[in-house]
Design a protein around this ligand. Structure first.
Ligand code: URA
Ligand code: CA
Length: 441
């Protein structure tokens, strides 16, 4: 087999065979195909697309290119959840303990912040001592013991994706539906969960901005997972504004603890319950979404969810006292209210810009080696549709210094337009996508 004829075929819009796709993925993983040929094929795929069979073949070849976790020694159905990336989107920290407290094993491999989005690993590392780098043996042992572990992907998980993703980033080929779907799903399949709930974001802070694109991505990912024998369902949820009110690593941990302690309700809890209840159903632990949601709420009200988080933090070396005293989390030096510049209703939010702001003031990395400041971020005091009076606090920024706070203040005032006319709040869950059906809500 030779790579030039595979590129030629895709250039002429012909479908590739599973063998040709496996040759490509293997060549990427082992670096036996040079970057310029991989890049040419990526661009041909970006321009000429892949059909369902090709996308499934690419996903399976990338999943098989490295380590594959064997979670079969875990009792019950190991369950995972994956978000396509959001801002103030800390559902994992809320739902994973609740789902585990309901007896469903949660074996989750999470990522770090990417672009404007936050990452669960960075958030967890804002807890003093917390270790995300467990060995596969320790990961499985912890899930067997307490029903919950959240760790980073092992170094050798889907190396073909690692190589291709790095090239996509610099060849303008990130925005390809089959490439995004296969990238995400190859890692999910290799990480071993049998039941997977996908949270596909839509709106100004998501990779896919329109509802139709987001539903399309969800369908492709659900079909890939289903074809690979996993129980997969996707919710398309809104990212037209940050999901929680807190954005930034330690701030998001604080909000998750506040939710689990019953002090805070609202969209973060609602979306966490929507996703978590699908996890219980996908793991055959509840017959209906309604029954599942009632059980999650019972775990919340009884405090068993917060107990489970405490247990996980302790098991992974972290200071579990944060669950009872959030003031133990890192705190920024400069904390300042941002006044609303006018009277009126919050119309919309430039959510990607808000995410980028958070990374810019130190919550994320711009280069791989950058060190994160866990304490920085902001807290929004209003959501889309809310009224605010001029001079009232629109947000509170948490920054390293006054200059960052000045910039954050200005960006927030500009990225959150306020006008006289009333607008409705955003719908939180737009659609449920299963292998053969799309239910719009
Ligand atoms: N996240 C991934 O892991 N891969 C993509 O292609 C996009 C988002
Ligand atoms: Ca994420």
């Amino acid at each position: 087999m030779d790579i030039v004829s595979i590129i030629e075929k895709k250039k002429l819009k012909q479908p590739l065979s599973a063998e040709e796709i496996a040759f490509f993925a293997d060549g990427a993983a082992r670096a036996t195909i040079p970057d310029y040929q991989l890049s040419a094929l990526l661009m041909a795929i970006r321009l000429n697309d892949m059909n369902r069979e090709e996308t499934v073949a690419l996903t399976q070849a990338m999943a098989a290119s490295g380590d594959q976790a064997d979670l079969s020694s875990i009792e019950g159905v190991p369950t995972d959840k994956h978000s396509t990336g959001g801002v103030g989107d800390t559902t994992t920290l809320v739902l994973a303990p609740l789902v585990a407290a309901c007896g469903v094993p949660v074996a989750k491999m999470s990522g770090r912040g990417l672009g404007h989005t936050g990452g669960t690993l960075d958030k967890l590392e804002s807890i003093k001592g917390f270790r995300v780098g467990l060995t596969m043996e320790d990961f499985i042992a912890q899930v067997r013991r307490i029903g919950l572990a959240v760790i980073g992907q092992s170094q050798n998980l889907a190396p073909a994706d690692k190589a291709l993703y790095a090239l996509r980033d610099v060849t303008s080929t990130v925005d390809s539906l089959p490439l995004i779907a296969s990238s995400i799903m190859s890692k999910k399949l290799a990480s071993g969960a049998r039941a997977i709930v996908l949270d596909v974001k839509t709106g100004s802070g998501a990779i896919m901005h329109t509802l139709e694109q987001s539903i399309g991505l969800a369908q492709v990912m659900v079909r890939i997972g289903t074809d690979a024998g996993r129980n997969v369902v996707a919710l398309v949820t809104d990212m037209g504004e940050p999901l929680g009110s807190h954005v930034g690593n330690a701030l998001e941990v604080k909000e998750a603890i506040d939710v689990l302690a019953g002090r805070v309700t609202g969209p973060l809890l609602e979306v966490s319950l929507a996703l978590g209840s699908r996890m219980l159903v996908a793991a055959y632990a509840a017959a209906t979404v309604e029954e599942a949601e009632a059980r999650l709420l019972e775990a919340l009200r009884s405090g068993r969810g917060l107990d489970k988080l405490r247990e996980m933090i302790a098991a992974q070396g972290g200071d579990a006292r944060v669950c009872d005293d959030v003031s133990l989390l890192p705190r920024a030096r400069v904390i300042r209210d941002v006044p609303a510049p006018a009277d009126g209703f919050i119309q919309s939010m430039e959510t990607m810009r808000l995410g980028n702001l958070t990374q810019h003031i130190g919550a994320g990395r711009r280069e791989k080696t950058d060190v994160i400041d866990y304490s920085v971020g902001f807290v929004l005091h209003r959501r889309i549709g809310d009224f605010v009076s001029a001079g009232e606090p629109l947000a509170t920024v948490h920054c390293r210094n006054q200059e960052d706070a000045d910039m954050a203040e200005l960006t927030l005032q500009n990225a959150v337009p306020i006008l006289r006319h009333k607008v409705p709040p955003l719908k939180l869950v737009h659609a449920v996508v299963e292998a053969e059906t799309v239910t719009r809500l």
